[in-house]
Design a protein around this ligand. Structure first.
Ligand code: SAH
Ligand code: SF4
Ligand code: F3S
Length: 457
């Protein structure tokens, strides 16, 4: 890179895959000589890594771009770029619509971010990179280039999705499923733990089918990772109820480092809605998987995603969703109002549920669902949980971490020295969103399978 060292800031929206991609882009640019800048407004190069999953996710990005206009007018040399799923979906039209934007690229451009930014800087050109590898029969290689390792790290093992649920934009912006070779992933895991990672979360939009075109499997990846020294905890997201096979289910009762927690979106409790969503399972099949998971691992913590107000959803359909929420006892949930996405099949369904009804259903669902989670968390008051301390929370108040079951914990007496340690935390308060508590005793390198101990009275 020529001239003075330029600074870079990446702002991330969306799912864990975007977090992983942002880390990689940052690492690539730092290797190329850029310096990290914590303040978005100060950076010479500002990249916004974006999400298209709901209309609201896109509106956030467009409104941030609007706010940045005066900054670009004041400092015309500042480079502003959109990366990720909105870049892929809107492409050229975004460049046309936002004249102060210098770069638009999609998720497949991550590896080339260095050259694309250089092209803007050295040639003074606006750059568009949304070419997209849409072939089916392929794997891809992408060793993680991460220069800053956290106690809990994400590792993307595959990209794309072959499912085409009728509401979902992901297959359009991330393409078909492609998996990375298993040896490359194990090598990445070894490098991450050598540099301080304790917990690895494998990422894929449809992770249960990892390796389906290369003869590998998620079960094998989990088993092999379990035998890597230094790995303390293993997780993966996101599972699809249809693709969660018995090999994966039985691992929850057997594999020592696999955390007793699984995110298993059910989306709707109504079979007719599930059918129109093209989810490929029924409510009964979903409940059977839940029962099998609990048989394999009785204390497994299940979390889920739900969409309310899908086209044609009746009051009766919605009640069936409520029933699943009441019956299953989820430990965590993401609840959404259906948002029509242009280009998806459901967008053409018509029969839209009025927004006021969606809002009402969502509020009802939130009340019941978060009420149950609050009860579960309050029941943990007085217990000792094991917590891998990850970082200071966003407001800089407490160090936070997670239990093996995936519960967020605010460790009220932890300091910087606790980061990366696994602590025994006595829960003093449980709420709908987290546990609060104080760590007791010395940090220990425990295994996830250890049950929480009750505090002697
Ligand atoms: N691959 C994962 C996650 C997909 S996106 C999976 O299959 O579960 C995360 C969640 O966003 C989905 O589970 C779904 O609940 C929600 N979502 C996706 N598209 C949506 C839309 N158009 N409107 C509202 N919520 C949506
Ligand atoms: Fe979207 Fe369905 Fe694929 Fe999940 S499985 S990413 S909801 S198409
Ligand atoms: Fe959003 Fe793209 Fe992830 S649409 S949820 S950032 S794959």
């Amino acid at each position: 890179m020529s001239g003075l060292q330029k600074s870079i800031h990446i702002k991330t929206f969306g799912c864990q895959m975007n977090v992983f991609d942002s880390d990689r882009m940052e690492s690539i640019l730092v290797k190329q000589g850029y310096r990290r800048e914590a303040d978005l407004a100060q950076a010479d190069v500002l990249l916004i890594n974006t999400c298209s999953i709901r209309a609201k996710s896109e509106q956030k990005v467009l409104s941030l771009l609007g706010q940045l206009k005066p900054l670009k007018e004041k400092y015309p040399k500042k480079v502003i770029g959109i990366t990720g799923c909105v870049g892929q979906r809107m492409g050229r039209s975004l460049l046309q619509r936002v004249p102060h934007l210098d770069l638009v690229m999609g998720p497949d451009g991550v590896e080339r971010v260095g050259e694309l930014v250089e092209e803007v800087l050295t040639r003074g050109r606006r750059v568009l990179e949304t070419t997209f590898d849409n072939q089916k029969e392929r794997s891809y290689s992408q060793p993680a280039v991460i220069d800053k390792v956290r106690p809990s790290e994400y590792l993307t093992v595959m990209k794309g999705c072959d499912h085409f649920c009728t509401y979902c934009i992901v297959p359009f912006v991330r393409g078909r499923e492609k998996s990375r070779p298993i040896e490359e992933l194990l090598e990445d895991v070894r490098r991450l733990v050598d540099r301080g990672a304790k917990e690895i979360t494998f990422l894929g939009q449809n992770i249960n089918t990892y390796g389906k075109r290369t003869g590998e499997s998620l079960a094998a990846l989990v088993d092999l990772t379990n035998s890597i020294p230094g790995v303390e905890r293993i997780r993966y997201v996101t599972s699809h109820p249809r693709d969660l096979g018995t090999d994966l289910i039985e691992q929850f009762g057997r594999v020592e480092k696999l955390c007793p927690a699984l995110h298993l979106p059910f989306q709707s409790g109504s079979n007719s809605v599930l059918k129109r969503m093209a989810r490929l399972y029924t409510r009964e099949e979903y409940l059977e998987k839940v029962a099998a998971l609990r048989a394999a691992c009785p204390d497994i913590a299940l979390s889920t995603d739900v969409i309310v107000g899908f086209p044609g959803e009746t009051e009766e359909d919605f009640e069936q969703t409520m029933d699943v929420i009441r019956d299953v006892r989820f430990s965590g949930a993401f609840l959404f109002k259906y948002s029509p996405r242009p280009g998806t099949r459901a967008h053409e369904f018509g029969d839209e549920v009025p927004d006021s009804v969606k809002t009402e259903r969502l509020a009802h669902l939130q009340d019941v669902c978060f009420g149950k989670i609050k009860e579960e968390n309050q029941a943990m008051e007085g217990q000792i949980v094991s917590c891998l301390v990850e970082a200071l929370d966003k407001k800089g108040r407490y160090y936070t971490g997670r239990t093996p079951h995936g519960k967020l914990v605010h460790v009220l007496n932890a300091g910087e020295a606790c980061v990366g340690k696994i602590l025994d935390v006595e829960v003093s308060e449980g709420s709908a969103s987290n546990l609060k508590g104080y760590y007791v005793g010395a940090p220990r390198q425990n295994r996830v399978g250890e049950a929480a101990k009750a505090v002697p009275a």
